[in-house]
Design a protein around this ligand. Structure first.
Ligand SMILES: C[S@@+](CC[C@H](N)C(=O)[O-])C[C@H]1O[C@@H](n2cnc3c(N)ncnc32)[C@H](O)[C@@H]1O
Length: 360
C-alpha cells in the first residue's frame, strides 16, 4: 500500500487533489496527487523521504487526515497500484496474492467502481465477484469480521483491471462508493430533501441525532419551497417555520408542524431563538456564509445545515473563502463553534455545510 486512493464526484478531481495535497502537507507529509478529469478518483503518493517508507507515509495520511475534513472526498483507501491484465477465468487469484501481501485481516469487503457513468455496466461484475472474493479471503485466513481494523476494497476500473485497497475502519466511509444509503418516504415534496437527509447522517452520528435533532425542537428553513427539507424536519417531530416567497407543496404542510412565512430569507428574523437553521437558498455562497455566521453569532440558532452553490471555476477556493469568512465572523463574536463542509452524493455543483455552536 504505497498510495492513498480517494473517491469523489466525477468532475471534481482537481478540487480533491488540491485539498488532499494541502491537508497532507499541513501534517508534514509531502506528496503529490494524480488525478484525471472525469475519473471520479485521485491518488495521493508520498514524496520519497529518508525517514518514512511509502507504506508508513500512507498509514500516517490515513491516521492524520480525517475523511470528514476533505470536502470533496467520499472515500479514503490505502491502495496498491491498479492490477491490470486479470485473467477473466480467475480474477481472484492475482488479487488475493496482493491482499496476502498486505498481511492484514479484514472486517468486510466492498467491491465497487468509481462513480462514473461509463463504469456502471461493471456493477453486475462487482456484485457477482464479491461473494467469490469473500470466500477466497476466508480460505486465506484473512476474513475476520468483528476482529479487524480494516475492510478490504476492490475498485474495478474494467473487466480486467482492479485496484486492491484497504479502508481503515476508523477513517473511511462505511458505505460502498462512500455513498450513503437513504430511506425516504415517497410523498416528499422535493428531490432536494435527499440532500438534507444525507447531510444529517453524514454530519451527525446516531446519538447526536437522538440528542440534538428531536421532537419538540424548533427550526427555521430559509428558501424552503417546495418544502422537502421542512417536511423531513417535521417527520422528526420538529416545529418548522418555512420561509420562502414561493408556494409550498401541500404535502409539506400535511403534518401540521410546518408554518409557511412568505418573506425574504435574508431579512427574516425569528421572534425567539430556535434550535436549528437550515438554508437551501440559491444565492451567492459568500452571502449565505455571512448569513449563517450571523444567525449563530446573534444566538438566533445553535446549529445549522446549509448549502453553498459553487461558481463554475475556483470551486475549492470559494469553499475555503466561505470557511474563513464564517470562522472569522464567529471568532470576532467570541462564539466557539465547529464548521465542516462536504460535497454530498446528492450535491451537484454545490457543497453542504454544518455549523454548530460548541460551549466549552
Ligand atoms: C433549491 S430551492 C429549495 C428546495 C427546498 N430545500 C426543498 O427541499 O423543497 C431554493 C428556494 O430558495 C428560494 N429563495 C431564493 N432566494 C430566496 C430569498 N432571498 N428568500 C427566500 N427564499 C429564497 C427560492 O424561492 C426556492 O424556492
Amino acid at each position: 500500500m504505497e498510495r492513498v486512493l480517494l473517491l469523489c464526484r466525477a468532475g471534481f478531481e482537481g478540487e480533491l487533489a488540491a485539498e488532499a495535497q494541502a491537508r497532507a502537507a499541513a501534517v508534514g507529509l509531502p506528496g503529490f496527487c494524480r488525478a484525471r478529469a472525469g475519473e471520479a478518483r485521485a491518488e495521493w503518493c508520498p514524496s520519497p523521504d529518508a525517514e518514512l517508507t511509502a507504506g508508513q507515509a500512507v498509514e500516517r495520511f490515513a491516521r492524520e487526515v480525517p475523511l470528514g475534513e476533505l470536502v470533496f472526498a467520499r472515500q479514503l483507501l490505502l491502495a496498491a497500484p491498479v492490477r491490470s491484465g486479470l485473467p477473466p477465468e480467475d480474477r481472484a487469484g492475482p488479487l488475493l496474492e496482493i491482499f496476502a501481501g498486505f498481511g492484514r485481516p479484514v472486517d468486510g469487503l466492498v467491491v465497487e467502481t468509481p462513480d462514473v457513468d461509463g463504469l456502471k455496466p461493471l456493477q453486475a461484475l462487482c456484485r457477482k465477484f464479491a461473494p467469490i472474493f469473500e470466500r477466497a479471503l476466508g480460505r486465506a485466513g484473512l476474513w475476520c469480521p468483528g476482529q479487524a481494523e480494516h475492510r478490504a476494497h476492490l475498485v474495478f476500473l474494467s473487466t480486467v483491471a482492479a485496484q486492491p485497497a484497504l479502508a481503515w475502519l476508523a477513517n473511511s466511509s462505511p458505505w460502498p462508493g462512500g455513498i450513503a444509503r437513504l430511506r425516504l418516504p415517497g410523498d416528499i415534496a422535493s428531490r432536494s430533501a435527499r440532500k438534507l437527509e444525507e447531510a444529517v447522517v453524514t454530519f451527525l452520528g446516531p446519538e447526536e441525532r437522538a440528542a440534538r435533532l428531536r421532537e419538540g425542537m424548533r427550526a427555521v428553513d430559509l428558501g424552503a419551497a417546495p418544502g422537502g427539507w421542512s417536511q423531513l424536519l417535521a417527520r422528526r417531530g420538529l416545529l418548522v417555520t418555512a420561509v420562502d416567497n414561493g408556494p409550498l407543496d401541500p404535502a409539506a404542510l400535511k403534518s401540521g408542524l410546518v408554518e409557511h412565512q412568505r418573506e425574504d430569507g435574508f431579512r427574516y428574523r425569528p421572534p425567539n431563538p430556535v434550535d436549528w437553521l437550515v438554508c437551501d437558498m440559491v444565492e451567492q455562497p459568500g452571502r449565505v456564509a455571512h448569513l449563517v455566521a450571523r444567525w449563530l453569532a446573534e444566538g438566533w440558532c445553535r446549529e445549522c445545515i446549509f448549502n453553498l452553490k459553487l461558481p463554475m471555476k475556483r470551486r475549492q477556493v470559494e469553499v475555503e473563502r466561505c470557511r474563513a469568512l464564517i470562522d472569522h465572523a464567529l471568532d470576532e463574536a467570541g462564539v466557539p463553534h465547529r464548521l465542516a463542509f462536504k460535497q454530498l452524493y446528492h450535491d451537484r455543483e454545490e457543497v453542504t455545510g454544518h455549523l454548530r455552536r460548541v460551549d466549552p
